[in-house]
Design a protein around this ligand. Structure first.
Ligand SMILES: NC(=O)c1ccc[n+]([C@@H]2O[C@H](COP(=O)([O-])OP(=O)(O)OC[C@H]3O[C@@H](n4cnc5c(N)ncnc54)[C@H](OP(=O)(O)O)[C@@H]3O)[C@@H](O)[C@H]2O)c1
Length: 234
């Protein structure tokens, strides 16, 4: 017999929120609350009453709305998956809210499993290249023309990963916004002798929604702030 589904709130019911809803039943969730700008302006939909029977929330709103939604969900002790991008300068205050409550949060600019593996590979490549001064590095991404933040959170995370692994020379960063691309990220190293290119191509948004639902199952029953890489690799 299948276990009873966990209850899920979707905060940010746009393209990603709708996809999460579609894939929720196959991932052991029943969606019991859906909030968008219309019913959650200034966080008015995030009440103790509305969230009383919610096991986890998945937040895919906007860079502007995400920080206050995430802090409110932390105050209400709802284990949350933070999928929106472009709000990371507020991570310290969101982390404080989660720790003070205490509650639980998993955040990532990219919930695709392939992209998490790609980020690990970028870190290894950066470490191997850190003393090879004959090589220059670049980091590039392209997304659909409605994506609000640029460079993408994923690209910023890739560059940060490369820096943390000791690659301190210039990394030339660029972005494009055009058409319907769900997201392509690339890092590369070039020298007089050769070029290395590492590229991750998202084929659809489904991988992000699947990863967010996997993180939502994982975060239930935990306390603290985690990244998706910790969910996948420990
Ligand atoms: N981490 C990842 O893997 C990943 C993958 C893809 C996208 N993203 C990010 O996820 C976010 C959403 O992407 P999307 O493509 O789904 O965008 P979207 O289609 O524009 O949807 C955004 C939704 O947020 C809602 N919203 C605005 N203010 C809100 C508030 N105060 N409370 C609750 N909802 C609110 C909007 O409501 P209305 O419809 O009422 O305006 C809309 O439904 C973006 O930041 C995007 O970059 C992350």
């Amino acid at each position: 017999m299948n276990p009873k589904p966990k209850t899920l709130a979707i905060v940010g019911y746009g393209r990603m929120g709708r996809l999460v809803e579609q894939l929720a039943p196959a991932n052991g969730f029943e969606v019991v609350l859906k909030l968008n700008q219309g019913n959650n302006r200034n966080g008015e939909g995030l009440t103790l009453n509305a969230l009383a029977d919610v096991d986890a929330a998945i937040e895919f709103s906007t860079p502007e709305a995400a920080p206050s939604n995430l802090k409110r969900l932390a105050e209400l002790k709802v284990p949350t998956v933070a999928g929106a991008t472009g709000w990371l300068e507020h991570l310290p205050e969101v982390t404080r809210a989660v720790q003070e409550s205490p509650s639980a949060l998993v955040w990532s600019a990219n919930f695709s499993i392939g992209a998490a593996v790609f980020s690990r590979l970028a870190g290894v490549a950066a470490e191997l290249m850190r003393d090879e001064t004959g090589y220059g590095a670049w980091a590039w991404e392209i997304h659909h023309d409605t994506k609000k933040d640029a460079p993408s959170g994923t690209l910023l995370h890739l560059v940060d990963t490369m820096r943390k692994r000791g690659y301190l020379r210039n990394i030339d960063v660029s972005s494009n916004r055009a058409g319907r691309h769900p997201g392509t990220h690339e890092i590369g190293f070039d020298s007089a002798a050769d070029t290395i290119t590492l590229r991750h191509v998202a084929r659809s948004r489904e991988g992000f929604a699947q990863g967010a639902l996997k993180a939502a199952q994982w975060i239930i029953g935990r306390k603290g702030v985690y990244t998706f890489e910790q969910v996948l690799f420990g």
